[in-house]
Design a protein around this ligand. Structure first.
Ligand code: FES
Length: 325
């Protein structure tokens, strides 16, 4: 049960492989569109195992008012959305939303630190370009740290080098000292981060330790960054007399919806917490993949964000939890 979504017909205009596992899609909505701001994303409907599912992808590249660009990392052990996207060809049609923005860039800070891990670079590309183009006239500084597992997986490197020059720092298979990076920032600086959950957790710990304002740390994540590869697990919901197996390629949220259990959700990315459900019993381990629950809450295992988090073993949930109830 999602907030109302309007879908538009679109056609794939071109495809480009940026790395061995990252493909850029240039999409042209048939009805035209409005220019989007840095941090915006696009909802896309894809058929996964014959069933329509929604995925969110950050918009990359300068908006031209006619086409939208997204970059999709192929995840062979993901929920199937990226593999479905990679099967699309130029000329194929699909349904997309209007651009939306839950990761807006505030242009009023004196300095910015952008941090990307892997495919988390996508929302930060346009931020980097927008900030770099203003910095000469505004005096605002911008620095980017871009981590990846290998050199070949550093997508958008030419564009970022062109915009940022010496302000771009890559870290290939090496940890980033977030405490030192944050300590070097001037007062009032803002930090924008997108990457896997363990990286975000490390950034959040370093930011909290620095005692800087919480509002100056902004982040976004993707729900594919768990500690374990997805596997099937048993799900019971006594309130609905439900006892099913959630397949490895299906999210907990989708399994609930397909079983007729309505669940409130919105972001589908582990950020808003609307889909969080009470855990009644757990036999095994929860692979918390959200950034909504605190570290303490994750260790307690009393709630689970159904849109992204998974289970190793079996879990019993109550479907009645609502954050604002
Ligand atoms: S829908 Fe937002 S955290 Fe799950």
């Amino acid at each position: 049960m999602r907030s109302t979504q309007t879908w538009t017909d679109a056609v794939i205009e071109s495809l480009q492989d940026l790395t061995p596992t990252v493909r850029e899609f240039c999409i042209r909505p048939t009805g035209g569109l409005q220019r989007h701001a840095p941090g915006s994303h696009l909802q896309v409907q894809v058929l996964v195992n014959g069933k329509p599912q929604t995925r969110s992808y950050s918009l990359v590249g300068e908006p031209d008012g006619q086409t939208l660009r997204i970059a999709v990392k192929r995840l062979d052990e993901g929920r199937g959305g990226s593999l479905a996207m990679w099967q699309l060809a130029v000329g194929d049609r699909l349904q997309v939303s209007e651009p939306q923005n839950h990761f807006a860039l505030d242009f009023n800070a004196p300095a910015y630190l952008l941090v990307a891990g892997g495919i988390g670079i996508t929302p930060l590309v346009l931020m980097a370009q927008a900030l770099a183009s203003r910095s000469a006239s505004t005096g605002q500084s911008v620095r980017m740290l871009y981590g990846a597992r290998s050199e070949t997986e550093l997508a958008f490197l030419p564009q970022l080098r062109s915009s940022l020059g010496e302000a771009l720092h890559t870290a290939v298979a090496t940890p980033i000292d977030f405490a030192a990076e944050i300590a070097a920032l001037p007062t009032g600086a803002q930090m924008y981060v997108c990457g896997p959950v363990p990286m975000l957790d490390a950034v959040r710990r370093a930011w909290e330790a620095s005692a800087r304002p919480q509002a100056d740390l902004r982040y976004e994540t993707f729900g594919s960054s768990g500690r374990f590869a997805p596997q099937a697990f048993r799900l019971q919901v006594p309130r609905h007399a439900l006892d099913i197996t959630v397949p490895a390629d299906c999210s907990l949220l989708d399994a609930l919806e397909q079983a007729g259990v309505q669940t409130v959700f919105d972001c589908n990315r582990g950020e808003c917490g609307l889909c969080a459900l009470d855990v009644l019993a757990l036999d095994g381990e929860i692979d918390h993949r959200d950034v909504f629950l605190s570290g303490h809450e994750k260790r307690e295992n009393k709630r689970i964000c159904a849109c992204v988090s998974r289970v190793l073993g079996s879990i019993t949930l109550d479907s009645s939890y609502r954050p604002d109830a």
